[in-house]
Design a protein around this ligand. Structure first.
Ligand SMILES: *Cc1c(COP(=O)(O)O)cnc(C)c1O
Length: 359
């Protein structure tokens, strides 16, 4: 809402989120785990892509169980999908957000004896068991007191989380599975859940009653799992600002880290690390123009990037270059940046989305 003439866009990169692809990916997990319920993890604003639209698409596809990290995220998802589906909050309750849990009918994941006491069985709850991540959840010595405290309570879920699910061969997977089964035997009536995206792909032994894919819904097959080609969800494009013809021997960008070996044509694109495009992709990443990969030359600036467009007739000011999407795959870009697809989505797609929401 602004007075006076339209001030124009603040950032020029554009994010498109294909919610039909999110639904398609959710159905892929249904097929992989036919005996289990398939939840949808939509924490961190659906990994930067927008939790409301993602949750609506997932609910329409049939998802009845959602996971957020915080109660505030849970409230936003509840507003988007309405009453009915169950929304679990992974961080559990704190002393000052009980009201959120009540008004939005959120189900906490209880991670400690303190949270069990705080929640005091005042509504449905899940219990998280630590089986090897040492992050959140009850440790081995807390299981017996928890079983006593919860002996009359009905648990909506008992869950744990795999440390190495992206590597199907990792020995931790089987170790955690055994610890999980042992711990769950103290809570015999509770439905069980262990698998995130990677865990679903490890195999049916890991599915139990409910699986919890997150990153897979958004198009990544996982870090190093045998990688099914899930549907790409996020597409990010940015426009060319200038095309330049550069002589052999000229250098590009800060630090003059790239030198033209021959005469070449380059394009300067309105994208930089201010848009969350990782600086680590300088000299390694690429944009896609007219179906062809165009390498990034030299360092990435705050708002600008230089790509090689030799021989590309479509390179002209205003032409849009794809930096993430069907032609610049999430897992590929993450590998080139030396990071995980999770960080590409929350950092790059998240930043472009937030800038778009402001303009
Ligand atoms: C984030 C998270 C998931 C989803 O993991 P992905 O690797 O994105 O599939 C599932 N369970 C818990 C507890 C999580 O924190």
């Amino acid at each position: 809402m602004s007075d006076g003439p339209n001030p124009g866009p603040t950032r020029l990169a554009r994010l498109r989120v294909d919610t039909a692809a999110i639904a398609e990916n959710w159905r892929f997990f249904k097929k992989q785990a036919p005996a289990a319920a398939v939840a949808a993890v939509v924490k961190a604003d659906a990994y930067g892509l927008g939790a409301e639209a993602a949750s609506r698409a997932l609910a329409a596809a049939g998802a009845r169980v959602f996971f957020t990290a915080t109660s505030g995220e849970g409230l936003a998802v509840r507003k988007a999908i309405g009453e009915g589906p169950q929304i679990f909050v992974l961080n559990g309750p704190s002393s000052d957000d009980a009201q959120h849990f009540a008004t939005a009918k959120l189900t906490p994941v209880l991670n400690s004896l303190d949270q069990i006491k705080l929640w005091n069985a005042r509504g449905p709850m899940a219990l998280n068991i630590d089986t090897g991540m040492n992050r959140l959840g009850l440790g081995p010595e807390e299981l017996a007191p928890a079983a006593v405290a919860l002996k009359d309570a009905s648990l909506a879920l008992i869950m744990s989380h795999l440390a190495c699910a992206s590597n199907v061969k990792h020995e931790m997977n089987a170790i955690q599975r055994t610890r999980f089964i042992d711990a769950a035997s103290l809570f015999p009536k509770a439905p069980m859940s262990l698998a995130s995206t990677g865990g679903v792909l490890i195999g049916a032994d890991f599915h139990f009653d409910l699986v919890r894919p997150g990153i897979g819904l958004y198009g990544s097959g996982g870090l190093d799992a045998s990688n099914p080609r899930l549907a790409p969800v996020a597409t990010i494009e940015a426009p060319i600002l200038q095309v330049r013809d550069v002589e052999a021997g000229e250098t590009f960008g800060y630090g003059a880290t790239f030198t033209a070996a021959k005469k070449m044509r380059t394009a300067t694109v309105a994208l930089g690390y201010a848009d969350g495009y990782l600086r680590a992709l300088g000299g390694r990443g690429y944009g896609v123009l007219a179906g062809t990969k165009q390498l990034i030359l030299g360092r990435i600036s705050m708002d600008l990037i230089i790509i090689d467009v030799n021989g590309c007739a479509e390179a002209a000011p205003g032409a849009m270059v794809e930096f993430l999407g069907p032609n610049a795959r999430l897992d590929d870009i993450a590998a080139l940046a030396g990071t995980a697809p999770y960080e590409i989505l929350t950092t790059f797609a998240g930043a472009v989305r937030r800038a778009g929401a402001r303009s």
